[in-house]
Design a protein around this ligand. Structure first.
Ligand code: C5P
Length: 242
């Protein structure tokens, strides 16, 4: 099991491109995240492929449904031996508790994490959906609810990680996407992230860790880099040096 806080998001349409990247990366330096795209296309096979290469897997399917259905999905995820799995906090307390209870009989349960407000949403987007209040308050509320239901932590932007630590304590995990390394200020590196990049609430890896993030989810800055393995090493080194 690696001590690295880095989780590389394998957001590929083409499984062969994903496999090429997997075989370039070192499980000492990162875990891997499988999202809806690859899982819908490849199913559990891709998880097995990754686990056979000694990576731990974050299965990022963000379950959000009635409690019974989510409990079933979480049980099935646990059977795949994944390290982390998640649900949407906005599914409500009953759904979160059902997800937690589904892991009761599991010998080696995955970490169960609640997605708060997606890092692609700004305040205006959140209000357009009908949520009231500011994003940090909404996230704090969701985090407290997830903790009350026995979950291990939340997905949030690194901007909110310190608030969550203050409210929920050091052991409650913050998993933070929306990470953009400083070198994205270089013209070459900026090409790694498409112009229409959809993340709104971002931080550098270093800032994110200082702000209390436990795990950093990084996709395009690594997957779209000319040399993904070097991009990962650079981020790892930046963190190790600070
Ligand atoms: O390419 P990028 O670094 O923006 O990828 C971020 C990854 O984190 C994507 O796989 C996305 O689905 C995931 N994610 C996110 N925001 C959340 C939860 C997950 O960006 N709130």
């Amino acid at each position: 099991m690696t001590k690295s806080p880095l989780i590389v998001a394998l957001d590929f349409e083409d499984v062969n491109a994903a496999k090429t990247l997997i075989n370039q990366l070192n499980p000492k330096y990162c875990r891997l995240k499988i999202g809806k795209g690859l899982f819908t296309q490849e199913g559990p096979y891709i998880i097995d492929y990754i686990q056979q290469r000694d990576f731990e897997v974050f299965l990022d399917l963000k379950f959000h449904d009635i409690p019974t259905t989510v409990a079933h999905a979480i049980k099935s995820a646990a059977k795949l031996g994944v390290w982390m799995v998640n649900v949407h906090a906005s599914g409500g307390e009953k759904m979160l508790s059902a997800a937690k209870n589904a892991l009761e009989q599991c010998l080696n349960p995955p970490k169960l994490i609640a997605v708060t407000i997606l890092t692609s949403l700004a305040e205006a987007d959140v209000h357009a959906v009908g949520f009231q209040g500011n994003i940090p308050d909404l996230i704090r509320n969701m985090a407290k609810m997830a903790q009350k239901c026995g979950l291990d932590g939340v997905v949030c932007s690194a901007q909110e990680a310190a608030l969550i630590k203050a409210d929920c304590g050091a052991d409650f995990i913050s998993v933070c996407p929306g990470i953009r390394p400083l070198n994205l200020q270089d013209a070459d590196a900026r090409d790694c992230v498409p112009a229409g990049d959809d993340q709104m609430r971002i931080m550098t890896p270093d800032q994110a860790i200082k702000n209390g993030a436990n795990y950093l989810v990084i996709g395009r800055p690594i997957t779209q880099a000319n040399d993904p393995s070097t991009a990962l090493d650079d981020i790892y080194m930046q963190l190790a040096l600070n």
